[in-house]
Write a protein of this length. Structure first.
Length: 153
């Protein structure tokens, strides 16, 4: 996991419409960058929908929300359309950002060990530095936990 105070690694990935998006495009804005394992799974859907419901509050605070998984652009488009997700979803099949943010780790699922994305959320400040890092977040509480953090700081 990356440390608070570090420069957030820049990246360029494709969004759900196939357009290139770089983290540096958002310099000057606060960013909530969350990594999740997979579109259309129960936990990831719960997390994404919670960010979707809270999104107007993020907009009020002028905070950008970006979700990243290794799913394809087409998968993101279907996921975003099905659940009416209003924020940026980025596709990282080559694990560029996922590895740069140290969220590709060994995981155990039903007794089997494999590599996968560990659900992690970063808050990045207007200068592009990591302000907060949260590992093993709760899917249904993550969006509100971040809003509470933003309100307190």
């Amino acid at each position: 996991m990356l440390e608070v105070g570090m420069k957030a690694p820049d990246f360029t990935l494709l969004d759900k419409e196939g357009k290139e998006v770089s983290l540096s495009d958002y310099l000057g804005k606060k960013i909530v960058l969350y990594f999740y394992p997979r579109d259309n799974t129960p936990g990831c859907t719960k997390q994404a929908c919670a960010f979707g419901e809270a999104y107007p509050k993020y907009v009020e605070k002028d905070v950008v929300v970006i979700g990243i998984s290794k799913d394809s652009v087409a998968s993101h488009m279907k996921f975003a359309t099905k659940y009416e997700l209003p924020f940026v979803l980025l596709s990282d099949p080559d694990l560029v950002a996922i590895q740069a943010y140290d969220v590709w780790k060994e995981k155990k699922l039903y007794g089997k060990v494999g590599m996968g994305v560990v659900r992690t959320t970063y808050v990045i400040d207007e200068q592009g530095n990591i302000e907060k890092a949260m590992e093993k977040v709760k899917t249904d509480k993550n969006a509100m936990d971040i809003l509470e953090y933003l309100d307190a700081n």
